[in-house]
Design a protein around this ligand. Structure first.
Ligand SMILES: CC(C)(COP(=O)(O)OP(=O)(O)OC[C@H]1O[C@@H](n2cnc3c(N)ncnc32)[C@H](O)[C@@H]1OP(=O)(O)O)[C@@H](O)C(=O)NCCC(=O)NCCS
Length: 325
């Protein structure tokens, strides 16, 4: 497929274009690294991005925007059935699957998206999703004007201590498999939080005590639990990676937060901050240098808590084209 508008032509990217695509992506990533120096350098290795683009291009189209012979932008996406349990097939473009030349974000993205939207629609995608590197307000505006809205934020911090102080009457300890039932009780409440307004996500299933016990035996997983006397009050869960989390965060010395919950009566007393601090100190001792979290932007408690301690690195956006309802 190809089309031409003034001096920019759109054509399917081929492997010979991947080094130039990599350069475009790296320029944007390096700009973000200036704002978030904690980011790992892994994605800058030429082979890492090349391998990702190769894998994507084997099953899906990556469109390139060319000014003469020069690649000035590209956009590709995977197709995912039942995206985020919505029952919809989505075209999802991860943060490394698109980039455009700085200074021409609006023009090139609009040309690429016109082509992509036609392709994605013809393949039965009723949802369009894209992850942007944070810190580029021009790029955010382009997608906002194309009817995209934010849904998930990926954020990062170092594992340096917060020096949080635990409120009186509470204790914290790392959970063992014997605590599985207490954690599942909290997790059930946590899941309900996501279905309730204003988050309004499809219902989530709760782990069984067996699954939770097994989770706790796998390294480097851990859960820190806060107790009020004999009652579980809050928890925070860590594991190596988060399902669907941004690729730019992943590295050997990164640890991810994949759950956090404080019972409503105990909120605002610094419990989550104290749990976070316990976890960060323990993972720092084990050689982990950075910690990531991803959260729904429409979850006000999560957004206000994590943005206090973490810096955003990626914003994920979705669009429901109206004629696909
Ligand atoms: C997000 C969540 C875990 C935070 O738990 P928490 O124990 O209330 O967190 P903290 O008490 O450490 O911090 C909460 C707020 O109270 C404030 N606070 C803490 N101690 C305080 C004190 N002594 N006096 C006044 N305010 C205080 C904090 O500054 C913080 O402010 P913020 O809302 O601007 O971030 C909790 O709101 C929750 O369970 N939400 C529902 C589930 C959820 O969204 N989980 C996140 C998953 S991604």
């Amino acid at each position: 497929m190809s089309s031409t508008t003034s001096k920019i032509s759109i054509a399917t990217l081929i492997p010979a274009d991947f080094p130039d695509a990599g350069s475009l992506f790296r320029e944007g990533f390096l700009r973000l690294c200036k704002q978030v120096p904690e980011l790992p350098a892994r994605i800058l290795e030429e082979s890492v991005l090349k391998e990702k683009l190769e894998r994507l291009s084997q099953s899906h189209t990556i469109s390139g925007a060319f000014e003469g012979e020069k690649l000035v932008g590209y956009l590709g996406a995977f197709f995912i059935d039942d995206f985020r349990d919505t029952g919809r097939k989505a075209a999802f473009s991860p943060e490394w699957a698109h980039a455009v030349q700085k200074g021409a974000e609006a023009r090139i993205n609009n040309l690429l998206y016109r082509e992509a939207a036609a392709l994605w629609g013809s393949q039965g995608c009723t949802m369009h999703a894209i992850t942007l590197l944070a810190g580029n307000a021009v790029e955010e505006k382009v997608w906002f004007w194309n009817s995209f809205g934010m849904i998930v934020v990926d954020a990062l911090r170092s594992t340096q201590t917060l020096n949080a102080s635990l409120p009186e009457g509470f204790s914290i300890r790392q959970a063992s498999p014997d605590d599985a039932a207490a954690i599942c009780e909290l997790e059930a409440e946590h899941c309900q939080h996501y279905s309730a307004p204003p988050v309004c996500m499809p219902p989530r299933s709760v782990s069984t005590t067996e699954e939770m016990g097994e989770f706790l035996t796998r390294s480097p997983n851990s859960i820190y639990l806060a107790w009020h006397g004999d009652h579980p009050a809050a928890y925070i869960q860590f594991e190596k990676t988060t399902f669907g989390g941004a690729s730019v965060i992943q590295a050997e010395d990164s640890i991810a937060i994949t759950g956090a919950y404080t019972r409503p009566t105990f909120r605002g007393r610094n419990l989550a901050a104290s749990l976070l601090d316990e976890g960060l100190k323990a993972y720092a001792e084990r050689g982990f240098t950075r910690c990531s979290v991803d959260f729904e932007s429409m979850n006000p408690e999560a957004a206000s808590f994590w943005m206090r301690y973490f810096k955003p690195v990626c914003f994920s956006l979705v669009r429901y084209p109206e004629n696909t309802a």
